[in-house]
Design a protein around this ligand. Structure first.
Ligand code: ADP
Length: 257
Protein backbone atom coordinates (compact mmCIF):
# COMPACT_ATOMS: atom_id res chain seq x y z
CA UNK A 1 0.00 0.00 0.00
CA UNK A 2 1.41 3.38 -1.02
CA UNK A 3 1.54 5.73 1.91
CA UNK A 4 0.27 9.26 1.50
CA UNK A 5 2.23 12.18 2.88
CA UNK A 6 0.87 15.39 4.36
CA UNK A 7 2.26 18.33 6.32
CA UNK A 8 0.39 19.64 9.37
CA UNK A 9 1.29 23.10 10.67
CA UNK A 10 0.15 24.15 14.12
CA UNK A 11 0.24 27.77 15.29
CA UNK A 12 1.58 29.00 18.62
CA UNK A 13 -1.83 30.29 19.67
CA UNK A 14 -3.18 26.75 19.49
CA UNK A 15 -0.33 25.34 21.57
CA UNK A 16 -0.44 27.85 24.42
CA UNK A 17 -3.19 29.32 26.56
CA UNK A 18 -2.86 32.01 29.22
CA UNK A 19 0.92 31.74 29.31
CA UNK A 20 0.92 27.94 29.62
CA UNK A 21 1.28 25.04 27.21
CA UNK A 22 -2.21 23.94 26.09
CA UNK A 23 -1.58 20.28 26.96
CA UNK A 24 -5.02 18.98 25.99
CA UNK A 25 -4.78 20.50 22.54
CA UNK A 26 -1.29 19.10 22.05
CA UNK A 27 -2.50 15.65 23.14
CA UNK A 28 -5.44 15.82 20.72
CA UNK A 29 -3.09 16.75 17.89
CA UNK A 30 -0.76 13.87 18.68
CA UNK A 31 -3.71 11.48 18.85
CA UNK A 32 -4.90 12.69 15.42
CA UNK A 33 -1.43 12.19 13.94
CA UNK A 34 -1.22 8.68 15.36
CA UNK A 35 -4.63 7.82 13.79
CA UNK A 36 -3.41 9.17 10.45
CA UNK A 37 -0.22 7.09 10.64
CA UNK A 38 -2.34 3.97 11.24
CA UNK A 39 -4.27 4.83 8.08
CA UNK A 40 -1.10 4.93 5.97
CA UNK A 41 -0.84 8.71 5.99
CA UNK A 42 2.63 9.93 6.93
CA UNK A 43 2.74 13.26 8.70
CA UNK A 44 5.43 15.92 8.82
CA UNK A 45 4.57 18.29 11.65
CA UNK A 46 5.60 21.93 11.48
CA UNK A 47 5.18 23.24 14.99
CA UNK A 48 5.34 26.84 16.08
CA UNK A 49 5.38 27.59 19.76
CA UNK A 50 9.07 27.52 20.78
CA UNK A 51 9.09 31.23 21.69
CA UNK A 52 5.78 31.12 23.55
CA UNK A 53 6.75 27.92 25.38
CA UNK A 54 10.07 29.56 26.33
CA UNK A 55 8.05 32.46 27.66
CA UNK A 56 6.08 30.13 29.97
CA UNK A 57 9.29 29.47 31.94
CA UNK A 58 11.11 32.77 31.44
CA UNK A 59 8.88 35.75 30.65
CA UNK A 60 11.26 38.04 28.76
CA UNK A 61 10.10 40.92 26.62
CA UNK A 62 10.32 39.40 23.16
CA UNK A 63 10.48 42.79 21.47
CA UNK A 64 13.91 43.42 22.95
CA UNK A 65 16.61 42.45 20.50
CA UNK A 66 17.95 38.96 21.14
CA UNK A 67 15.18 37.90 23.51
CA UNK A 68 13.21 36.08 20.85
CA UNK A 69 16.25 33.93 20.11
CA UNK A 70 16.78 33.28 23.83
CA UNK A 71 13.12 32.29 24.30
CA UNK A 72 13.21 30.09 21.23
CA UNK A 73 16.38 28.31 22.38
CA UNK A 74 14.80 27.64 25.79
CA UNK A 75 11.36 26.72 24.45
CA UNK A 76 12.30 24.40 21.58
CA UNK A 77 13.59 21.49 23.74
CA UNK A 78 10.68 21.90 26.16
CA UNK A 79 8.25 21.72 23.27
CA UNK A 80 9.95 18.61 21.88
CA UNK A 81 9.99 17.00 25.31
CA UNK A 82 6.22 17.28 25.48
CA UNK A 83 5.77 15.94 21.97
CA UNK A 84 8.06 13.01 22.87
CA UNK A 85 5.99 12.22 25.92
CA UNK A 86 2.66 12.40 24.06
CA UNK A 87 3.83 10.48 20.99
CA UNK A 88 5.35 7.90 23.36
CA UNK A 89 1.83 6.98 24.49
CA UNK A 90 1.30 5.60 20.95
CA UNK A 91 4.80 4.12 20.72
CA UNK A 92 5.68 6.65 18.05
CA UNK A 93 9.10 8.26 17.94
CA UNK A 94 9.37 11.90 17.01
CA UNK A 95 12.36 13.94 15.95
CA UNK A 96 13.47 17.54 15.68
CA UNK A 97 14.38 19.12 12.35
CA UNK A 98 15.35 22.79 12.44
CA UNK A 99 15.47 24.45 9.04
CA UNK A 100 16.89 27.72 7.76
CA UNK A 101 15.97 29.11 4.35
CA UNK A 102 19.51 28.28 3.15
CA UNK A 103 18.76 24.57 3.66
CA UNK A 104 16.33 24.59 0.74
CA UNK A 105 18.02 27.09 -1.55
CA UNK A 106 19.89 24.68 -3.80
CA UNK A 107 19.13 21.29 -5.32
CA UNK A 108 22.03 19.71 -3.46
CA UNK A 109 21.03 20.96 -0.03
CA UNK A 110 17.35 20.25 -0.62
CA UNK A 111 18.26 16.68 -1.55
CA UNK A 112 20.12 16.25 1.75
CA UNK A 113 17.08 17.47 3.64
CA UNK A 114 14.82 15.16 1.59
CA UNK A 115 17.01 12.16 2.42
CA UNK A 116 16.73 13.00 6.13
CA UNK A 117 12.96 13.43 6.03
CA UNK A 118 12.45 10.24 3.98
CA UNK A 119 14.76 8.36 6.35
CA UNK A 120 12.65 9.42 9.32
CA UNK A 121 9.25 8.77 7.76
CA UNK A 122 10.31 5.40 6.34
CA UNK A 123 11.04 4.35 9.91
CA UNK A 124 7.72 5.62 11.21
CA UNK A 125 9.32 8.60 12.96
CA UNK A 126 7.51 11.96 12.93
CA UNK A 127 9.71 14.85 11.81
CA UNK A 128 8.82 17.95 13.84
CA UNK A 129 10.05 20.94 11.91
CA UNK A 130 10.56 24.51 13.03
CA UNK A 131 12.48 27.41 11.67
CA UNK A 132 15.91 27.64 13.26
CA UNK A 133 14.96 30.91 14.97
CA UNK A 134 17.95 30.91 17.25
CA UNK A 135 20.38 31.70 14.46
CA UNK A 136 18.09 32.74 11.60
CA UNK A 137 19.12 36.14 10.32
CA UNK A 138 16.83 38.19 8.15
CA UNK A 139 18.39 37.14 4.83
CA UNK A 140 18.32 33.51 5.84
CA UNK A 141 14.89 33.22 7.32
CA UNK A 142 11.64 31.86 5.94
CA UNK A 143 9.92 34.50 8.05
CA UNK A 144 6.94 32.59 9.32
CA UNK A 145 5.90 28.99 9.71
CA UNK A 146 2.95 29.28 7.30
CA UNK A 147 5.25 29.85 4.35
CA UNK A 148 7.89 27.50 5.74
CA UNK A 149 5.21 24.76 5.83
CA UNK A 150 4.31 25.42 2.21
CA UNK A 151 7.97 25.02 1.18
CA UNK A 152 8.18 21.89 3.31
CA UNK A 153 5.09 20.41 1.60
CA UNK A 154 6.52 21.20 -1.84
CA UNK A 155 10.13 20.14 -1.25
CA UNK A 156 9.30 17.00 0.70
CA UNK A 157 6.65 15.91 -1.76
CA UNK A 158 3.55 16.02 0.43
CA UNK A 159 0.22 16.18 -1.35
CA UNK A 160 -1.34 18.63 1.06
CA UNK A 161 -0.62 21.18 3.77
CA UNK A 162 -3.04 21.37 6.70
CA UNK A 163 -2.86 24.61 8.68
CA UNK A 164 -4.33 24.41 12.17
CA UNK A 165 -5.00 27.95 13.24
CA UNK A 166 -6.82 30.02 15.85
CA UNK A 167 -9.50 30.64 13.20
CA UNK A 168 -11.80 27.96 11.81
CA UNK A 169 -11.64 28.96 8.13
CA UNK A 170 -10.86 31.71 5.67
CA UNK A 171 -13.56 34.40 5.62
CA UNK A 172 -14.34 37.05 3.01
CA UNK A 173 -13.16 39.63 5.60
CA UNK A 174 -11.65 39.51 9.09
CA UNK A 175 -14.34 37.81 11.23
CA UNK A 176 -12.98 39.42 14.40
CA UNK A 177 -13.72 42.85 12.98
CA UNK A 178 -16.84 42.15 10.90
CA UNK A 179 -19.70 40.13 12.36
CA UNK A 180 -21.19 39.58 8.88
CA UNK A 181 -17.98 37.94 7.52
CA UNK A 182 -18.75 34.81 5.53
CA UNK A 183 -16.77 31.58 5.36
CA UNK A 184 -15.10 30.69 2.08
CA UNK A 185 -15.28 26.91 1.81
CA UNK A 186 -13.18 26.58 -1.32
CA UNK A 187 -10.50 28.76 -2.85
CA UNK A 188 -9.08 28.18 -6.34
CA UNK A 189 -6.94 31.29 -6.72
CA UNK A 190 -5.74 34.20 -4.60
CA UNK A 191 -5.60 37.75 -5.89
CA UNK A 192 -2.57 40.04 -5.74
CA UNK A 193 -4.64 42.42 -3.62
CA UNK A 194 -5.23 39.72 -0.99
CA UNK A 195 -1.55 38.80 -0.97
CA UNK A 196 -0.46 42.42 -0.50
CA UNK A 197 -2.79 43.15 2.44
CA UNK A 198 -1.06 44.09 5.71
CA UNK A 199 -0.40 41.23 8.13
CA UNK A 200 -3.12 40.68 10.74
CA UNK A 201 -1.56 38.38 13.31
CA UNK A 202 -3.72 38.67 16.36
CA UNK A 203 -1.57 37.83 19.31
CA UNK A 204 1.84 38.81 20.51
CA UNK A 205 3.46 35.52 19.50
CA UNK A 206 1.88 35.14 16.10
CA UNK A 207 4.04 36.32 13.25
CA UNK A 208 1.66 35.17 10.55
CA UNK A 209 -1.88 36.41 10.35
CA UNK A 210 -4.11 35.46 7.46
CA UNK A 211 -1.85 36.98 4.80
CA UNK A 212 0.98 34.50 5.35
CA UNK A 213 -1.59 31.69 5.10
CA UNK A 214 -2.77 33.12 1.78
CA UNK A 215 0.83 33.34 0.59
CA UNK A 216 1.34 29.71 1.58
CA UNK A 217 -1.87 28.80 -0.26
CA UNK A 218 -0.85 30.76 -3.33
CA UNK A 219 2.51 28.99 -3.51
CA UNK A 220 0.87 25.58 -3.19
CA UNK A 221 -1.88 26.31 -5.74
CA UNK A 222 0.84 27.28 -8.21
CA UNK A 223 2.52 23.93 -7.56
CA UNK A 224 -0.70 22.01 -7.86
CA UNK A 225 -0.89 21.04 -4.22
CA UNK A 226 -3.76 21.37 -1.79
CA UNK A 227 -4.02 23.33 1.43
CA UNK A 228 -6.66 22.94 4.11
CA UNK A 229 -7.13 25.65 6.75
CA UNK A 230 -9.08 24.70 9.88
CA UNK A 231 -9.22 25.34 13.59
CA UNK A 232 -6.63 23.77 15.87
CA UNK A 233 -8.80 24.36 18.95
CA UNK A 234 -11.18 21.56 18.12
CA UNK A 235 -9.93 18.91 15.71
CA UNK A 236 -13.27 17.51 14.57
CA UNK A 237 -13.32 19.42 11.26
CA UNK A 238 -9.81 18.37 10.33
CA UNK A 239 -10.48 14.83 11.48
CA UNK A 240 -13.60 14.45 9.35
CA UNK A 241 -11.81 15.96 6.39
CA UNK A 242 -8.67 13.81 6.63
CA UNK A 243 -10.14 10.59 7.95
CA UNK A 244 -13.72 10.48 6.63
CA UNK A 245 -13.10 12.57 3.51
CA UNK A 246 -15.94 14.95 4.42
CA UNK A 247 -15.43 18.71 4.62
CA UNK A 248 -17.65 19.91 7.46
CA UNK A 249 -15.73 23.12 8.16
CA UNK A 250 -12.50 24.86 7.21
CA UNK A 251 -11.35 26.12 3.82
CA UNK A 252 -9.91 23.94 1.07
CA UNK A 253 -7.51 25.55 -1.36
CA UNK A 254 -6.98 23.58 -4.54
CA UNK A 255 -6.21 24.18 -8.13
CA UNK A 256 -8.94 23.29 -10.64
CA UNK A 257 -6.41 22.65 -13.42
P1 ADP B 1 -1.99 31.33 13.83
O1 ADP B 1 -1.31 31.86 15.06
O2 ADP B 1 -2.93 30.23 14.08
O3 ADP B 1 -1.05 31.03 12.71
P2 ADP B 1 -2.88 34.04 13.21
O4 ADP B 1 -3.46 34.58 14.47
O5 ADP B 1 -1.52 34.44 12.81
O6 ADP B 1 -2.99 32.44 13.24
O7 ADP B 1 -3.86 34.36 11.97
C1 ADP B 1 -5.24 34.07 12.01
C2 ADP B 1 -6.03 35.37 12.31
O8 ADP B 1 -6.13 36.17 11.14
C3 ADP B 1 -7.46 35.12 12.68
O9 ADP B 1 -7.61 34.80 14.04
C4 ADP B 1 -8.17 36.44 12.31
O10 ADP B 1 -8.20 37.32 13.40
C5 ADP B 1 -7.24 37.06 11.29
N1 ADP B 1 -7.90 37.29 9.99
C6 ADP B 1 -7.81 38.43 9.24
N2 ADP B 1 -8.51 38.35 8.10
C7 ADP B 1 -9.07 37.12 8.08
C8 ADP B 1 -9.91 36.42 7.13
N3 ADP B 1 -10.29 36.96 5.97
N4 ADP B 1 -10.28 35.15 7.42
C9 ADP B 1 -9.87 34.54 8.56
N5 ADP B 1 -9.09 35.15 9.50
C10 ADP B 1 -8.69 36.41 9.28
Amino acid sequence: MVRKRIVIKVGSHVLTENGKIAKDRMRDLVELISSLMKRDIDVILVSSGAVSVGYTVLPLDRWILGNKQVLSAIGQPLLLKMYQEYFGVYNILCSQVLLSAGDLDSKKRTLLAQVAIDGLLNRGVIPIINENDVIATEELEFGDNDQLSAYVAYNFDAEMLVILSDIDALYDKDPRLFSDAKVRREVFSISKEELDAPSTANNEFATGGIVTKLKAGNFLLKHNKKMFLATGFDLKDVRSFLIDGVQKGGTLFYSKR
